[in-house]
Design a protein around this ligand. Structure first.
Ligand SMILES: Nc1nc2c(ncn2[C@@H]2O[C@H](COP(=O)(O)OP(=O)(O)O)[C@@H](O)[C@H]2O)c(=O)[nH]1
Ligand SMILES: [Mg+2]
Length: 446
């Protein structure tokens, strides 16, 4: 989702080739501005970012690495608000979260998604249906909860949402649930009645945190409404939904910067697993084209057993990641839904994701070629990519119906990606320049 920005940022930093080249810094700043505005980053946010990157670069001394470091640091500053990140449990169970927002923003969907996200972390979850405005609202939650196999508390006969919420909380306490998620009604715009109702619910359950669910497609309006909710009822977090609908990414970054309340999660699709914690550090990593190994690990680990995944992580660290692991990762990606959003998390694959644009990656030629190539390898070749000599390469090319250039290209990509993954998973020995070079397919120094 940030592939476009990431690709441009990489080109921009390449503009600075010499030390103390002020003209080059100006040029890089101008391109940075253009890139950010083109990605729909708010002009004020863009202006602030350019200024701080400029100042920090000069302070560090003009040069490519310092520019990259400054950019990284200032992006992180821009995206970080005071408060919690991701999901935070109360000191002792129960953790109660009140979900608020306007109608259609994605509250109900997000409540269920969060329920699944937490259930996958082995927590006992109760969801409470407190939207008494729409008849269909309870039915919607019933269906979602059935799908994700999470318990739901509702009361068809009670019209007062504060009472339902309170009873749900009592049940959650009595039956030792870890987390209670309270879904509420929304309206088309902020109004007194809605706010009063929310205040009453809030008073009845005294939640640990209140989240505002905003639709990213409402653009910068989302910032305004979030601030409105914060002023009236107080918020600890914002969840941005429909991230999948914004290829450029700048609006989300502006919102993260401007609301002043931490963006806690983002919704990336209509399916239940399509939710990701918004961790500024990881987002910056993606923006800088370094992928998001941690995010990938987390997302993957909720869907497969931990043991197996730890094994893969160790393999990556040791540089032993092989084609079998790659294939099983690909199959897992399929299971996880939106593959494009996942590709951006794999170091070195971000550009591929952006080039593929809105294509059906699963069925793309590139992916078919990769799969064909792997399936014409012997078991040993899959497990030990290093034994692939020329005659083996010729044989698998033929088997996969590819020419030798195509084969070499894929093998090189694979090699780069696994080297990069290894570098990123290790603690030391990485410089930004190595990473950028390797993403361009240049040799990575050992
Ligand atoms: N593409 C996409 N659709 C979403 C996302 N989150 C919610 N939706 C859709 O937005 C619509 C409204 O969601 P709903 O949860 O009912 O909104 P509510 O009125 O705030 O409870 C539904 O059609 C959802 O499937 C998301 O992250 N991506
Ligand atoms: Mg709803």
């Amino acid at each position: 989702m940030f592939e476009q920005i990431a690709e441009n940022l990489k080109n921009i930093s390449n503009k600075i080739r010499f030390k103390d080249d002020f003209t080059a810094l100006d040029k890089a700043s101008a391109s940075l501005k253009k890139t950010m505005l083109k990605s729909d980053l708010h002009y004020k946010t863009t202006k602030e970012l350019i200024q701080s990157v400029n100042t920090t670069t000069k302070k560090l001394g003009i040069g490519q690495n310092n520019f990259i470091n400054a950019l990284q640091k200032e992006l992180l500053n821009m995206l970080t608000s005071k408060g919690n990140q991701g999901f935070v449990y109360a000191k002792t169970p129960l953790t109660t979260i009140l979900m608020t927002g306007l109608q259609g923003g994605g509250k109900t969907t997000t409540t269920a998604k969060l329920g699944l996200y937490l259930k996958n972390k082995n927590k006992k979850i109760l969801i409470s249906a407190c939207d008494t405005q729409r008849l269909a609202a309870i039915e919607q939650l019933k269906q979602l909860c059935e799908k994700i196999e999470v318990d739901l508390y509702y009361d068809d006969n009670e019209k007062n949402p504060a009472i339902i919420a309170k009873k749900a909380k009592q049940k959650a306490i009595d039956e030792l649930y870890d987390v209670l998620l309270v879904d509420t009604a929304g309206r088309l715009a902020i109004d007194d009645k809605l706010m009063k109702e929310l205040k009453n619910i809030k008073k009845a359950i005294d939640p640990d945190e209140t989240f505002y669910v905003a639709d990213l497609l409402t653009g910068h309006d989302a910032t305004r409404t979030a601030i409105g909710f914060d002023d009236t009822i107080g918020l600890e977090g914002v969840v941005l939904t429909k991230f999948d609908g914004d290829a450029k990414g700048g609006v989300a970054l502006s919102i993260a910067h401007q609301v002043g309340i931490p963006l806690r999660f983002v919704g990336t699709g209509e399916n239940m697993p399509d939710i990701e914690p918004f961790v500024p550090q990881r987002i910056v990593s993606r923006l800088m084209g370094q992928g998001d190994i941690e995010g990938l690990v987390e997302k993957t680990s909720t869907l497969i057993d931990e043991k197996k995944f730890k094994h893969i992580k160790t393999k990556i660290k040791k540089g032993e990641f092989n084609f079998d692991d790659f294939l099983s990762q690909m199959n897992m990606l399929k299971k996880m839904g939106s593959m494009k959003s996942m590709l951006g998390m794999i170091p070195g694959m971000g550009q591929m994701a952006s080039k593929l644009g809105s294509m059906d990656i699963e069925n793309s030629d590139q992916m078919k070629n990769i799969k064909a190539l792997i399936s014409s390898m012997t078991k040993k070749e899959r497990q030990m990519p290093s034994i692939l000599n020329q005659s083996r390469k010729n044989r698998i090319s033929q088997g996969a119906g590819l020419n030798i250039q195509q084969t070499n290209r894929i093998l090189k990509q694979f090699k780069n990606a696994s080297k990069m993954a290894k570098k990123l998973s290790g603690k030391n020995g990485k410089t930004m320049k190595d990473m950028i070079n390797s993403m361009e397919g240049k040799q990575i120094p050992k």
